[in-house]
Ligand binder design. Structure first.
Ligand SMILES: *[C@@H]1O[C@H](CO)[C@@H](O)[C@H](O)[C@H]1NC(C)=O
Ligand SMILES: *[C@@H]1O[C@H](CO)[C@@H](O)[C@H](O)[C@H]1NC(C)=O
Ligand SMILES: *[C@@H]1O[C@H](CO)[C@@H](O)[C@H](O)[C@H]1NC(C)=O
Ligand SMILES: *[C@@H]1O[C@H](CO)[C@@H](O)[C@H](O)[C@H]1NC(C)=O
Length: 462
């Protein structure tokens, strides 16, 4: 052992090339990651067996000569020893919190996603620019450049009204032009005919009906390339709405009871659409019309359950819709963490229950103004409906939608944090808040509107 140590030091001193140093550095990082993850115990064993039997050698070292083999072996050992020592040191000298925080994903807004339970999962940042990026002043949404707003519209969250606000109520240099008949608007950049908004009313359901995070992040770019005829490097600003999970679930139930199915949703993930076996239908026949709430709740693979968490998460992390890929408890943990991560990585999100805050935050982030105040969704009706439920029904709704409830709480506290940050830096806040949705009187005079008298056809008013 001691003899080896001396040799190791010698070899260490021999490492003088930058290349080797870099290799060593990255190797250390990788090993370190492993070490902390689920390889901790295995590495101990490898380390102790290392000198006697170098079992990996057959796999990838057969074409090295003996000397290099030994060198390589020692090199790897050194890395392991370093990693080992570093971990021992940090374990003994620091408190456990420090340890854990290193395993958390740090996001903007000081949001941390605890990943201790699944360290081998690698959350990827694919959601474009986040709130912090934008607040740092470096990344203003630039309509003349290649910035695209992508609206992730989850069913029954109030996304239809919000989507309409986007296409018809923003005070833009070049307003969207809408065709009432087709329920479609052209939202083009001021300087060229290119979409800056990816949403149902502008581009249509190009990535599938109510496309989720997994579908959008894998599809928007290529769809826009196709649309514009050439690949362009764009910056994405994802936006979405979340709603109280109990109200949302009941609202979806009512919608299904009236005959909605969203059966044209693709559920695309991992390079293919989900199969019928992976997503069995809860009903026979064409729709689930007249379904009772008990039946609706009784179907364990009902997509309404935890819909917000599922649609916000990176489903490729859990083997998509293949339920035998991992056990349900782990699956749930991962999609919840992933949904939180993706939500916090978005440029903007709002909660249906806080329309005014949503409007203010949107206007501040994108430096755009709406010409109307957002109406607060009247919760009296759904409140009355909830009051009529049997206690065990309400309890069951809560229980099955546990993930959505936790995601919503997370979203709520994050939203208030962001709102506070924007408010504290806005010297004009009081006036802005009082007059939200009123464009200032000095707004540019719109000649087009003067020539064409106001007609119901100018805006769809459904
Ligand atoms: C749903 O209920 C209505 C009225 O109760 C009835 O007329 C209709 O046939 C039912 N539809 C289905 C698909 O069962
Ligand atoms: C719920 O499902 C179980 C079996 O999966 C069935 O026995 C029961 O009758 C169902 N209850 C309702 C209210 O549909
Ligand atoms: C689902 O996952 C299991 C376990 O990983 C695998 O054996 C199976 O082939 C997968 N099914 C499909 C349809 O990919
Ligand atoms: C909400 O609806 C109820 C009944 O439909 C009505 O009495 C109440 O004034 C409404 N509230 C708001 C804020 O619109």
């Amino acid at each position: 052992m001691i003899q080896n140590k001396k040799e190791l030091i010698k070899i260490y001193l021999n490492i003088n090339l930058l290349k080797q140093f870099l290799f060593f550095f990255f190797f250390l990082i990788i090993i370190h990651h492993w070490f902390f993850a689920y390889f901790r115990s295995i590495l101990f064993r490898i380390l102790s067996n290392f000198y006697n039997e170098f079992k990996f050698s057959d796999c990838f070292m057969h074409n090295l000569n003996m000397e290099s083999k030994i060198k390589f072996k020692k090199f790897v050992t050194l890395c392991l020893v370093f990693t080992f020592l570093e971990n021992i040191c940090s374990f003994t000298s620091d408190n456990v919190n420090v340890k854990i925080s290193r395993l958390m994903y740090r996001l903007g807004d000081n949001v941390e996603i605890d990943s201790t339970s699944f360290p081998h999962i690698n959350f990827k940042k694919k959601t474009g620019l986040n709130f912090d990026d934008i607040l740092n002043e470096k990344f203003h949404f630039d309509m003349n450049a290649h910035d695209v707003m992508v609206f992730l519209h989850i069913q029954k969250t109030g996304g239809t009204s919000f989507g309409r606000h986007l296409v018809q109520d923003l005070d833009l240099q070049r307003p969207c032009t809408c065709q009432r008949k087709h329920k479609r608007c052209y939202c083009f950049r001021p300087n060229r005919n290119e979409n800056w908004l990816f949403s149902r009313y502008s581009t249509g359901w190009k990535c599938g009906l109510h496309a989720d995070w997994t579908e959008l992040t894998n599809c928007v770019n290529s769809e826009l390339d196709k649309n514009e005829g050439e690949p362009v490097k764009r910056r994405y600003f994802y936006i979405t709405l979340l709603r109280n999970p109990i109200s949302r679930f009941l609202s979806e139930f009512k919608h299904v009871q009236r005959g909605a199915t969203w059966k044209n949703s693709r559920h695309w993930c991992g390079g293919r659409v989900a199969t019928k076996d992976e997503l069995p239908k809860c009903y026979s026949g064409l729709t689930w019309k007249n379904v009772s709430l008990d039946e609706f709740l009784n179907c364990s693979h009902n997509l309404a359950i935890n819909r917000q968490t599922r649609m916000m998460s990176d489903l490729s992390l859990i083997g998509c819709y293949n339920k035998s890929y991992m056990v349900p408890t782990l699956r749930n943990k991962i999609i919840l963490a992933s949904a939180k991560y993706n939500l916090a990585s978005m440029a903007f999100f709002a909660l249906t229950e806080y329309q005014k805050i949503g409007q203010y935050v949107f206007e501040e982030i994108f430096n755009l103004r709406f010409a109307v105040p957002f109406a607060q969704y009247n919760s009296t009706r759904s409140g009355a409906y909830i009051a009529k439920l049997r206690p065990e029904q309400l309890e069951k709704i809560r229980k099955v939608n546990e993930l959505d409830l936790e995601l919503y709480e997370f979203a709520k506290s994050l939203m208030f944090k962001r709102f506070e940050r924007l408010r504290s830096r806005d010297s004009n806040f009081k006036t802005r808040w009082q007059h939200l949705g009123e464009l200032s009187v000095q707004a540019e005079f719109n000649w087009d509107e003067e020539i064409e008298p106001e007609s119901p056809g100018n805006r769809f008013n459904t």
